[in-house]
Ligand binder design. Structure first.
Ligand code: NDP
Ligand code: MG
Length: 372
């Protein structure tokens, strides 16, 4: 019998890649429920294509439909999750709001294939305990974390010394610092190797995405800041690596395609997921990240040392700043400044529940907005 999945954020970049994998018969699952935020037409079209029983629009009222159950807002998402039988939820919602969807999925008894890194960054202090209490697993979908999780399989964790996350370096990897003040939104949206949603694309240009991923890796694999490294690898062929205590390094390589981590999180033993690498065509390079030009990456390591709610404040300030930059209400440099200034406060309280997380997030957003 086919595995049953619920796909949240089905209209986005990750959602679309997952659905394309089903169309290409790389992912053999039955999608029983889907959500989008406001893209109603695509939601209904996808429901009819995939033969879903239920749909939810989390951002506005969903009109009724004779052939499927429709739900609205996050209260409706909770009702939809309560009503469905499934094996796993793929959470491909963008941003902090994805956390609520992660918690609801675990509460309603589903394993969680997690693309929404914000869930881990903002609620890492209690999310994994919550999953354990509900006897559910969290499987990373972020490509670096998926690679590391594959590399750690069947290996004694005590053998592993360091996690090495790779990053493309984004579109401004070689841009001199003096020119950062004239960076435009269009330039920042032009990512060299990956095609993704707008928020994560801007984060990839500032390396805030790599900062979020360092924090995500620390929570997911229980590694401290001094055991996580970042290496810039512009070709995005090496998805990430682990260094063992004997010094040997193991890596996962593949073309930059999210099909691999998405499908690996949802089913085992797949074949021919991505195009095999032609090594004769490859020229792989690696360099040290420049945290002078990309200070948000450096901030991630400070955040991990500080603990408390710094990671949550970083995410909140970054969401506020990125949306202001996308709306052309601030410059690239001002966007970075908003995050740095928000993190000047101590953020000592460690959240232990969703309610506390919401309150701290609202506080951080308010402070971040005051810098715009
Ligand atoms: P997109 O912006 O492309 O898609 C986001 C999806 O979430 C859409 O379906 C959107 O619906 C829905 N959505 C947007 N806002 C909300 C909200 N407030 N509440 C509920 N649903 C919402 O994002 P991506 O697919 O690029 O990214 C999704 C997540 O995966 C992010 O956390 C990102 O960091 C992570 N990720 C993405 C990668 C990628 O390659 N794209 C790689 C690794 C991780 P609608 O269309 O109706 O607005
Ligand atoms: Mg990633």
């Amino acid at each position: 019998m086919k595995k049953k999945i619920i796909l949240l954020g089905c209209t986005g970049s990750i959602g679309t890649t997952a659905i394309q994998a089903i169309r290409d018969s790389k992912l053999d699952v039955q999608v029983v429920g889907i959500s989008a935020h406001s893209n109603q037409d695509s939601l209904f079209n996808l429901a009819s294509e995939l033969g879903c029983n239920a749909v939810c629009l989390t951002g506005k009222a969903c009109p009724p439909c004779t052939s499927i159950c429709t739900y609205s807002f996050f209260s409706g998402l909770s009702e939809m999750l309560a009503s469905l039988e499934a094996d796993i939820v793929l959470n491909a919602i963008a941003g902090f709001d994805g956390l609520q969807a992660s918690l609801l999925s675990l509460k309603h008894g589903f394993d969680l294939a997690l693309a929404n890194k914000e869930s881990v960054v903002c609620a890492g202090s209690f999310l994994f305990d919550y999953a354990r209490e509900n006897h559910r697993s969290i499987i990373p979908v972020d490509s670096e974390h998926s690679a590391i999780s594959e590399l750690l399989k069947k290996r004694d964790p005590l053998e592993v010394d360091t996690l090495i996350l790779t990053g493309s370096g984004g579109p401004f990897r070689t841009l001199p610092h003096e020119q950062f003040s004239s960076i435009t939104v269009e330039q920042a949206l032009n990512h060299p190797t990956w095609n993704m949603g707008k928020k994560i694309t801007i984060d990839s240009a500032t390396l805030a995405n790599k900062a979020l991923e360092v924090i995500e890796a620390s929570y997911l694999f229980s590694f401290p800041a001094n055991k996580i490294e970042v290496v810039i690898h512009p070709q995005s062929i090496v998805h990430s690596m682990i260094r063992l205590k004997d010094g040997a390094v193991y890596a996962q390589l593949g073309n930059p395609d999210m099909t691999l981590p998405i499908v690996n999180a949802l089913q085992q033993d797949s074949v021919n997921l991505v195009k095999p690498l032609d090594f004769s065509m490859l020229s792989l390079t690696f360099e040290k990240p420049d945290i002078q030009r990309f200070p948000l990456l450096g901030l991630a390591f400070t955040i991990l040392e500080r603990k408390g709610s710094s990671a949550l404040a970083f995410n909140a300030a970054d969401e506020v700043a990125v949306h202001a930059f996308l709306d052309k209400r601030c410059s690239y440099q001002e966007m970075i400044g908003v995050v740095q200034k928000t993190l000047e406060r101590k953020w000592e309280q460690t959240p232990s529940s969703f309610t506390e997380t919401l309150a701290l997030d609202a506080e951080a957003r308010k402070l971040a907005r005051s810098f715009l």
